[in-house]
Design a protein around this ligand. Structure first.
Ligand SMILES: Cc1cc2nc3c(=O)[nH]c(=O)nc-3n(C[C@H](O)[C@H](O)[C@H](O)COP(=O)(O)OP(=O)(O)OC[C@H]3O[C@@H](n4cnc5c(N)ncnc54)[C@H](O)[C@@H]3O)c2cc1C
Ligand code: SF4
Length: 471
């Protein structure tokens, strides 16, 4: 195992990201040693130099690697195959059910859609399937029972997720060790499991105490509840210390213990559907330079540390600052939508997400940020952009109640930036989106607005405030 200085310093990562990733490597090395393996864990300027140094010292007769999870990793393995004097064998990737390139085969000539892929995965794994080959409960998706608005209480009132000991000695040592590297975030709160034992504990806790409420509340956001009913499993899944198939099967088995089907199905879809679909999409194309909407703006100042009056952004950023975590709807409908409406350049947005979240990886960032959140791939991955005004955030969160802005207003001193920029976004992209049948209702609503000239002026001012700070 190589701790690469280059990888550690590549971006001003959230402090907890290094604590999670390096901590997981060191714990895995210890676990392996305890079961009799010899582990060479070394620090090196780059991953390649680490492998060369190992090969020189130990003179192996072959090198066996798991398929890397990024294009740059794959290029490195190919380079090492040429450079090393011994054969390099590549095995299946760790942490996925499907192989790179398999998505295209599964979808065949069909239009790439997550639902088609997900059904295929359910059949293939025989998960949540009735004996006659139909989906358990009679429908592939039970989202109608999910997607509820947040309750009127301050928080969901579910037991907290599994969390590591706050005084974990390795975490403390790592925070100290990396204190001089450029970083963001306050640090001090690791929320993702960093060893196999921790990952099992986190999965148990989720299934036992939080799965039931996951489904109905998975799309909601609450100001005083940063964890909601989410699972906090992306970190251990992406680090390869927890198997996605095992997670999906354990959650499906929870039906026998009385967990509601809508929650179970909703969660299984995330893991064998969305996660594998995104992984497949990563390998379907190259992502660098993709910019279908011609966006060239910066990352909004509020995401770079400037104070903001936007309550939804402020609350989301507080979570990222403290723990390098925001949940899916915050990533998609607050951070992603803000950058979509502002017109943030996709690669800048990607780098920002990569630095700020502890569970980031190249494969997961590119399709989620560039394809899903920013709709920058010309609509190949998603059928329509996730563009939404403040009305969406008002419906699915309780942020707006304590915000100085008014989500229902697009112009004037209390206009919500999301709402102003939403109409301006539709107006600016009539050419790109006007022919999309799924956008026709939004476009008709745009045509009905008689205040577009005022919105355009307000959007210019709002953009300047977003870029420079003060929004
Ligand atoms: C703009 C944007 C950026 C994202 N960045 C990341 C990232 O850096 N790393 C990451 O792992 N996920 C990312 N996601 C996907 C998803 O938001 C996170 O996996 C999830 O929030 C992690 O928290 P959790 O484990 O508590 O998830 P839960 O809400 O409890 O979901 C369960 C699991 O489903 C999987 N999952 C659900 N949706 C996706 C998806 N779209 N892509 C991949 N896995 C999914 C994850 O493994 C997750 O652990 C991103 C999504 C968006 C829209
Ligand atoms: S009013 Fe607008 S900026 Fe304020 S919380 Fe609601 S959506 Fe966010």
């Amino acid at each position: 195992m190589v701790e690469s200085d280059h990888a550690l310093r590549r971006l001003p990562f959230n402090r907890e990201r290094r604590v999670l990733v390096i901590g997981a490597m060191r714990r895995l090395a210890d676990d392996l040693r305890a079961t009799g393996w010899d582990v060479d864990l070394r620090r090196a300027p780059t991953l390649a130099e680490g492998v060369h140094a190992h090969a020189q010292e130990f003179r192996p007769d072959r090198v066996v690697v798991a398929h890397p999870t990024s294009r740059s990793g794959l290029a490195l393995v190919r380079r090492l195959s040429d450079e090393l004097p011994v054969p390099v064998e590549m095995r299946d990737p760790v942490g996925f059910i499907t192989r790179p390139g398999e998505l295209a085969g599964i979808l065949g000539r069909r239009q790439p859609r997550m639902d088609t892929f997900y059904r295929e995965m359910r059949r293939r794994l025989d998960l949540l399937m009735a004996p006659d080959g139909t989906p358990e409960g009679g429908a592939w998706s039970l989202d109608r029972e999910n997607r509820q608005r947040p309750p009127r209480t301050r928080d969901l009132g579910v037991p907290p997720p599994w969390l590591p000991r706050p005084d974990d000695p390795l975490d403390a040592a790592l925070r100290q060790e990396f204190a001089d590297l450029p970083e963001t975030g306050a640090g001090g709160e690791r929320v993702m499991a960093a060893s196999r034992a921790e990952a099992e504990a986190a999965l148990d806790r989720f299934i036992e105490h939080r799965l039931t409420s996951f489904g109905p509340h998975q799309d909601a956001m609450m100001e005083d509840d940063w964890a909601m009913s989410h699972a906090f499993l992306s970190g251990p899944l992406n680090l390869g210390i927890l198997s996605p198939e095992r997670v999906a099967r354990r959650v499906a088995d929870a039906l026998d213990g009385g967990a509601p089907l809508a929650s179970v199905e909703g969660f299984v879809r995330q893991v064998i559907g969305w996660r594998e679909y995104v992984w497949g999409w990563y390998w379907m194309r190259t992502w660098r330079g993709v910019n279908g909407l011609g966006a060239d703006g910066p990352v909004p100042a509020a995401l770079r540390g400037a104070p903001t009056r936007m309550r939804c952004v402020d609350a989301t950023m507080q979570g990222i600052h403290a723990r390098g975590y925001s949940h899916h709807i915050q990533r998609l409908m607050v951070l992603g939508t803000l950058m979509l409406l502002r017109g943030t350049q996709p690669w800048r947005a990607l780098q920002w997400f990569q630095a700020s979240h502890v569970d980031a990886s190249a494969w997961v960032m590119a399709p989620n940020v560039i394809g899903m959140a920013l709709y920058a791939d010309g609509g190949r991955m998603m059928t329509k952009p996730y563009a939404a005004s403040g009305a969406y955030i008002r419906r699915m969160s309780n942020y707006c109640a304590s915000c100085l802005y008014d989500p229902g207003t697009a112009t004037g001193p209390t206009a919500c930036p999301f709402t102003t920029l939403y109409w301006d976004f539709l107006d600016r992209h009539r050419g790109d989106l006007g022919q999309n049948p799924r956008m026709s209702l939004s476009m008709r609503n745009l045509d009905r607005r008689d205040d577009l000239p005022t919105i355009r002026v307000q959007a210019r001012d709002c953009t300047a405030l977003l870029d420079g700070g003060g929004a």
